[in-house]
Design a protein around this ligand. Structure first.
Ligand code: HCD
Length: 517
């Protein structure tokens, strides 16, 4: 038993270059250790699943308690509290939502090693029920099993493979330049040589413009003064869609639908708005593609590439493109807003980043793709933002095999969640976690299973490369043009609306670096 245990507890090395790995069988076999208590050493007794601490016996009572604590908006704080109360592993059942929760990077390694060939995260029933209700196909976000795998492999090549990144950069650079020009214009209009505002609406538009230009190879024109009302409606629908999802994590949406609950109705309306706009964009590209003959001269965007590749059905392509478009707005824009907020709070750091960008610009003669290789501190800043302000409060998998974590046996099929928000703020995992220190990502200290803002492995965020390039290019342009400042020292907390958001508006002031234009 001792020998077996040491095998389980030894550090797991999982290759990070996973893209090609999908086809190779690197996952270990499911020969699982026999679970019986070992009495040779009391510290290594393997305890049973039912001995895991936590509140998991009465889902309904826990749901009531959770609701009393305003848990629908405080999930992240409640998780931190639970780890404080129960230790590094706890079991929980809220309503019909059952999980085992972990916080340590070493345990995360065990979890992801057991994700199996077809990694499966929590099923967001509200999202699948909407698609069933409206007779729409699932995209790669909601698919599972072989259907997921075959779609994901094809999408990887067009969306996340380093080779295609070069195609995205010039498109994203153009949007970045337009954003800067828009801010300069706003500063001029103000007549005060500065612009103080809640940037979130502007950032939503930047993010939608960016992801659309990559997906469709075309601009929507959202950096202009008068924007398409349908695009604005799309943005509003995404926020509403996320907000209405969170209660339905705990209360079955099928039940809410049966009783005609308002959250379900709002949710349907939100997705209808999202699909309406995405269908419109997709149809335009599809029509243009049928008119044109021969191969296009310039990169035509992800959608057209997928259509020409002809490996996925049109319905499958539409479903995944819609998910990418909807997933690419609030996620990146909020991460950028948090980053600007942190830079405003740390003026010296802001200058350091600016210096790094200036040096990178000089060394690469303005070639953006070259520049992106020379900005480690800017990349560290984005990692640091996602550590303190992750988009996703947790990462989860239904494990494909039995595992042992913190000496507890967890059977295959269990939903195991890594508390990403809690991990990012745990002093046992990050030294001085409360401090925003991008340089911690440069140092040689271990980053083992610590940078998980986009998830892990073959099921990680498909939009990751687009998001990263989009955010890096944004920061480059902003740092080169403006100083970011903030009003007073007010600490802004997060609120949970399926993704984590700032609980209140963040007011920032942008000042031009080089006189007025
Ligand atoms: C929310 O307890 C909290 O990239 C739940 C567990 C959970 C499951 C799935 C996660 C979700 C959380 C947060 C938002 C995520 C989602 C999977 C994909 C989604 C992380 C952590 C997101 C934002 C893409 C959304 C795309 C959609 C709009 C089509």
């Amino acid at each position: 038993m001792m020998a077996r245990l040491s095998v389980w507890r030894s550090p797991v090395t999982v290759p990070l270059s996973w893209i090609g790995e999908l086809t190779t069988g690197v996952r270990c076999s499911s020969s699982m250790p026999i679970v019986r208590p070992a009495y040779s050493d009391s510290s290594s007794i393997i305890r049973s699943f039912s001995e895991i601490p936590g509140l998991w016996k009465n889902g309904m009572a826990n749901l009531y308690h959770f609701w009393k604590l305003d848990g629908f908006r405080n999930l992240h704080h409640i998780m931190v509290q639970n780890f404080n109360t129960f230790g590094p592993i706890y079991r929980e059942k809220i309503g019909h939502y059952e999980s085992v929760n972990i916080i340590n990077p070493e345990d995360a390694a065990i979890l992801f090693k057991a994700e199996g060939h077809y990694p499966k995260r929590l099923k967001v029933e509200a999202w699948t029920l909407y698609r069933d209700y409206r007779n729409r196909k699932y995209g790669v976000l909601l698919k599972n099993g072989e259907d997921w795998r075959s779609n994901r492999l094809i999408l990887n090549k067009e969306v996340i493979c380093p080779k295609v990144l070069g195609n995205f950069v010039p498109l994203l650079e153009e949007v970045g330049q337009d954003f800067v020009a828009r801010v300069h214009k706003k500063i001029k209009q103000s007549g005060q040589n500065k612009w103080t505002t809640d940037l979130s609406q502007e950032l939503f538009k930047y993010a939608l413009e960016s992801v659309s230009s990559v997906l469709y190879g075309e601009r929507l024109g959202l950096m202009l003064d008068y924007i398409d009302p349908d695009a604005q409606h799309f943005i509003d629908c995404i926020t509403l869609m996320f907000k209405t999802t969170s209660p339905m994590l705990f209360i079955p949406p099928a039940l809410l639908r049966k009783i005609g609950a308002k959250v379900w109705q709002d949710h349907v309306e939100a997705w209808d708005g999202i699909f309406h706009q995405a269908d419109h964009c997709i149809y335009n590209i599809y029509r243009e593609l049928r008119k044109e003959s021969g191969t296009p001269k310039k990169y035509p965007g992800v959608l057209a590439s997928l259509l020409m590749l002809d490996k996925l059905s049109i319905e499958d392509i539409k479903a995944s493109i819609t998910e990418l478009m909807a997933g690419g707005v609030d996620t990146t824009s909020i991460t950028l807003l948090w980053t600007l907020y942190e830079l405003a709070r740390h003026p010296k750091l802001q200058d350091e980043l600016r210096a790094e960008v200036a040096a990178a610009r000089a060394e690469s003669q303005g070639d953006m793709q070259e520049m992106l290789k020379r900005i480690p501190l800017v990349k560290g800043a984005l990692k640091e933002t996602l550590r303190l302000h992750p988009v996703a409060v947790s990462l989860q998998r239904y494990i494909a095999e039995d595992i042992i974590i913190q000496n507890y046996h967890i059977p295959a099929g269990t939903l195991v969640q890594l508390g990403l928000y809690a991990m990012g703020r745990d002093p046992k995992v990050f030294s001085r976690p409360e401090q925003y220190q991008p340089s911690r990502w440069l140092r040689t200290e271990t980053h083992y299973f610590r940078s998980l803002g986009f998830g892990f492995g073959p099921r990680q965020c498909l939009g990751r490369r687009i998001a990263e390039a989009e955010m890096q290019i944004f920061l480059i342009h902003m740092l080169e043009n403006f100083r970011v400042e903030k009003q007073r020292h007010v600490e802004v907390k997060s609120t949970f609306e399926l993704i984590l958001l700032p609980e209140k508006p963040i007011l920032l002031t942008l000042k031009p670096l080089h006189g007025s234009r």
